[in-house]
Design a protein around this ligand. Structure first.
Ligand SMILES: Cc1ncc(COP(=O)(O)O)c(C=O)c1O
Length: 376
């Protein structure tokens, strides 16, 4: 049986999530805007889901907007908040963002906004002094990834948020990879906006959330009817919203039951097994400020893609891209100052709620064997 170690790419839908969704794909098909019982049932289900999402991140239910995913949530946060909240045309972000942040920022840069991309150190963490200097340049919005999707590195968001608040800038975080894996609390972090992607926490693809702190104004990227208090028009994706609500409820249970520590122990075991057989293998990113499930490992002397090609029983990813028949190392690892030849050895192994100790043992053996087969 192949072993799935790509939970940062996407997760399977949890059985309880699917069970919660099915009635809304069958008999409970009402439009939540309809006034009769069938519509009210859909509306009530959305309200329950909103409560579960809010509870997971320490927010109020009316601060939760359902979107079509993490990408849309980031787009509303980045493109739809600066104008209605003071219009200061400077955005601060980092060099290790997901394209769902990078591209909206690039679009604004074409429209006469100034975008400061703050560097990260070799550990993948943003330079806080650099961020503070950029914020003092008149920032209207700071947007940072909370947990980097390739490396799992966590950014010092609370520190940056304090600086943002001190200078009247909004603070947005892309928490798509963090929510459900570690405790995330909007008040403790001091953020105004936060994005969630359902398919990273055992809900379906195509559903997400933007948390908007009370008092922060957003301008919808879409124009239409008044759903989601006008902030995200369009008939609600009821079944997926219900699924995301259930997934958030399950995530809260998992985290309460020490799920993050158990995940970290499994990931630690996987890296220790690889390191025993491949002494020069390295882990990229900060050793402790990281997600418990993500290992970005650098295989020495070979390309990560070649390792995975030689090891079809492990489903994982590399951050590299193929351009004109040439493999290019991950831009995220390069931004961390990792030389091209080392960064090409990267493989991202991301564990999930269904990963077992046996999966870890078998994956470690298979990856080691593949690396050996490549002649090292
Ligand atoms: C950090 C991060 N942000 C945003 C997204 C995009 O989310 P979605 O696929 O729901 O649009 C992803 C998914 O790959 C991600 O990892």
């Amino acid at each position: 049986m192949p072993i799935y170690l790509d939970f940062n790419a996407t997760t399977p839908i949890a059985p309880a999530v699917l069970d919660a969704m099915l009635p809304f794909l069958r008999e409970q098909y009402g439009n939540p805007s309809s006034g009769y019982a069938l519509g009210r049932a859909a509306k009530d289900a959305i309200a329950t889901a909103r409560g579960h999402v809010a509870a997971l991140i320490g927010a109020e239910a009316d601060e939760i907007i359902f979107t079509s995913g993490g990408t849309e949530a980031n787009n509303i946060a980045i493109r739809g908040t600066i104008e209605p909240n003071g219009g200061k045309r400077v955005i601060v972000t980092s060099t290790v963002e997901h394209p769902a942040t990078d591209e909206p920022c690039a679009l604004l840069a074409e429209q006469d906004y100034t975008v400061h991309r703050v560097n990260v150190g070799g550990d993948g963490r943003i330079d806080v002094d650099g961020a503070q200097r950029a914020i003092r340049d008149g920032a209207g919005l700071v947007t940072l990834i909370l947990a980097q999707n390739e490396t799992g590195v966590l950014q010092p968001v609370a520190e940056v948020a304090t600086a943002a608040r001190g200078h009247g800038a909004l603070m947005h975080i892309d928490a798509a990879q963090a929510v459900g894996k570690i405790d995330v609390d909007v008040k403790a972090l001091g953020v105004d906006l936060l994005s969630i992607a359902g398919h990273k926490l055992y809900a379906p693809k195509g559903i997400g959330v933007l948390y908007v702190r009370r008092g922060v104004r957003t301008q919808s990227v879409l124009r239409g009817a008044g759903q989601e208090t006008g902030r995200r028009p369009g008939t609600e994706n009821v079944a997926s919203i219900v699924g995301l609500g259930e997934a958030c409820r399950l995530a809260a249970d998992r985290l309460r039951e020490n799920g993050a520590a158990q995940m970290a122990a499994l990931a630690h075991d996987l890296f220790a097994r690889l390191q025993r057989e491949i002494p020069d293998i390295a882990l990229s990113g900060h050793p402790t400020a990281r997600l418990p499930n993500t290992l970005n490992v650098l295989f020495p002397g070979v390309s990560g893609r070649a390792v995975l090609d030689a090891c079809p029983q492990v489903m994982a990813s590399t951050g590299s891209a193929c351009h004109a028949d040439r493999e290019e190392a991950s831009a995220i690892l390069r931004a961390m100052g990792i030389p091209e030849h080392k960064a090409l050895g990267a493989v991202r192994l991301s564990l999930g709620a269904t990963t077992t100790a046996r999966d870890v043992e078998e994956a470690a053996n298979a990856l080691t064997e593949a690396w050996r087969k490549l002649g090292k």
